[in-house]
Write a protein that binds this ligand. Structure first.
Ligand code: HEM
Length: 469
């Protein structure tokens, strides 16, 4: 009785498979939703329905209010079954008791108390990042990646990374393979799972041979750091860490989650932050890091970086486990649900002049907030995902904890990601003056990379040390 949400039709067999945008799809989806006149739109890729939610209201109504049926992940036969990654926290079904268990483990391992313990480490690595930037700003990405990897490897395994570290190579290889194996629309088996039973020696089954090779490699890669820790634990020379405290050492799933979750996300946000500072020297001038009362402004800068340059423009896809009806539209069982976070964070009715970078929007009673006495809504409520799949720790950073970071920098250990970002930003702003090279003109519009995570595309910057007295 109900129609699917409106959207482009595509071909009879492939649906929109060949017509999907390869660059910044979130912008195309926002445009399509306007063309089809509804924030909820849908299309088909092979036999799978994709529903895109382009408004804050639709995201909240479905992914939060009906989280019970909207919190699963789309099935990826290539990755979950052939590569045997179905039990990893990112992919496991939310109805599997292990999912709840993983999240509990992550929350206690990265919660307020735990994060506070890691503060000296996070501070030390952030300082190193700032000094590295002054030395070689052209290696921005390397410095930021090193910062994130150093913290996460220490937290997860008590392992101190070195330059050109073998464990980092291991983790990077695992995340590269995962990226290939989960490419949307690339693997026919994701849409016609019956072919997974065909033997791998048959002609045309190269994809299966590839998948099985990846499976063996991923299994090996996940074991490398655990074996190292097990040996250390056996000889009593290990450092107390997340894995030694909370997990049975043979469980590689959480480690991959830590590295995959933290690896690219905070990295993307910090890269965007540095580049935005080069474009907005006035923001750097406005932060007075010596005055505790100005630290809310640092928090506002973080919120604006996450809004202006969202790390996950479309979060991660969810799957609805039952047929549903929303505002007169049929949402078919097993449809993939995409939250267009970019569209919400650039919705002018929530964030006036959305393409202007202005941390002031998150400060009470500032010029860009002259019509509102309260700040614009916190961008973090959309940056970290939804329902039962929200980034672990989002809950911890509830009202009380947000208040803590807002008011007392001594206790910012609310959310691991926020803390690492705030410390990196704090140290960079304290020690570095970031600008464009002299004579360089400010780009009219910044460009973004396309991927599960996204950041501003690199351009040359100059980083000068700030002399401290
Ligand atoms: C700027 C930093 C970060 C951002 C913007 C971010 C954002 C996200 C988003 C959008 C999701 C998907 C939520 C959904 O499907 O609705 C997610 C999931 C996840 N994140 Fe983060 N994240 C960040 C940092 C981290 C860190 C530091 C960790 C761990 C140390 C982490 C671990 C995870 C895990 C394990 C999941 C999967 C949760 C599940 O499927 O149940 N993230 N994150």
């Amino acid at each position: 009785r109900y129609n699917l949400p409106p959207g482009p039709q595509g071909g009879f067999i492939l649906g929109m498979r060949r017509l999907l945008p390869s660059v910044e799809p979130w912008k195309t989806y926002a445009r399509w939703s306007q063309v089809y006149g509804d924030p909820v739109m849908s299309f088909r890729v092979y036999n799978r329905h994709i529903v895109v939610l382009n408004s804050a209201e639709a995201i909240s109504d479905l992914l939060e209010t009906k989280a019970e049926i909207y919190s699963d992940r789309p099935m990826s036969w290539m990755y979950n079954v052939i590569c045997d990654r179905g039990r990893a926290i990112f992919n496991i079904s939310s109805s599997n008791p292990r999912h709840k268990q993983y999240r509990k483990t992550l929350q206690s391992g990265l919660g307020l108390r735990a994060t506070r313990e890691y503060l000296p480490l996070i501070q030390q690595e952030s300082l190193r990042l700032a000094l590295g930037l002054i030395q070689s700003p052209e290696q921005l990405v390397t410095h930021v990646q090193r910062n994130s990897a150093a913290v996460i490897m220490k937290v997860a395994f008590g392992y101190t990374i070195t330059d050109d570290d073998p464990f980092i190579k291991v983790a990077d290889e695992a995340s590269r393979i995962s990226g290939w194996a989960t490419q949307p629309g690339r693997w026919l088996v994701d849409h016609h799972p019956i072919i997974r039973f065909f033997p791998s020696w048959l002609p045309g089954m190269g994809w299966k041979r590839q998948g099985l090779a990846w499976r063996a490699r991923l299994r090996y890669l996940a074991e490398v750091p655990h074996q190292w820790l097990q040996e250390k634990m056996a000889s009593g020379t290990h450092t107390d860490c997340f894995t030694s405290r909370l997990l049975s050492p043979d469980d590689g799933n959480i480690y991959s989650a830590l590295y995959a979750g933290a690896g690219d996300t905070t990295v993307s946000a910090i890269i965007s932050f540095v580049l935005l500072m080069a474009l907005h020297p006035e923001v750097q001038d406005d932060v007075d890091l010596n005055q505790i009362s100005r630290l809310p402004y640092l928090n506002a800068i973080m919120k604006e970086v996450l809004r202006f340059a969202p790390v996950g423009n479309m979060a991660l896809p969810h799957r609805v486990t039952e047929e549903d009806v929303y505002r007169g539209y049929r949402i078919p069982k097993d449809a993939s649900i995409i939250a267009n976070v970019w569209a919400v964070l650039h919705d002018p009715s929530i964030y006036p002049e959305p393409f202007t970078f202005s941390p002031e929007r998150f400060m009470p009673s500032s010029p860009s907030n002259s019509e509102r006495s309260t700040p614009q809504p916190d961008s973090k409520q959309w940056s970290f995902g939804f329902g039962k799949r929200a980034c672990p720790g989002k809950r911890i950073s509830g009202l009380l904890l947000t208040w803590l970071t807002y008011h007392t920098f001594d206790h910012p250990g609310i959310h691991f990601a926020e803390t690492t970002m705030l410390f990196a930003m704090f140290n960079i702003l304290l020690r570095c003056k970031i600008s464009l090279p002299s004579g360089a003109t400010k780009p009219v519009e910044v460009e973004f990379t396309t991927g599960i995570t996204s950041h501003i595309k690199l351009f040359p910057i100059v980083v000068e040390p700030i002399k401290t007295t």
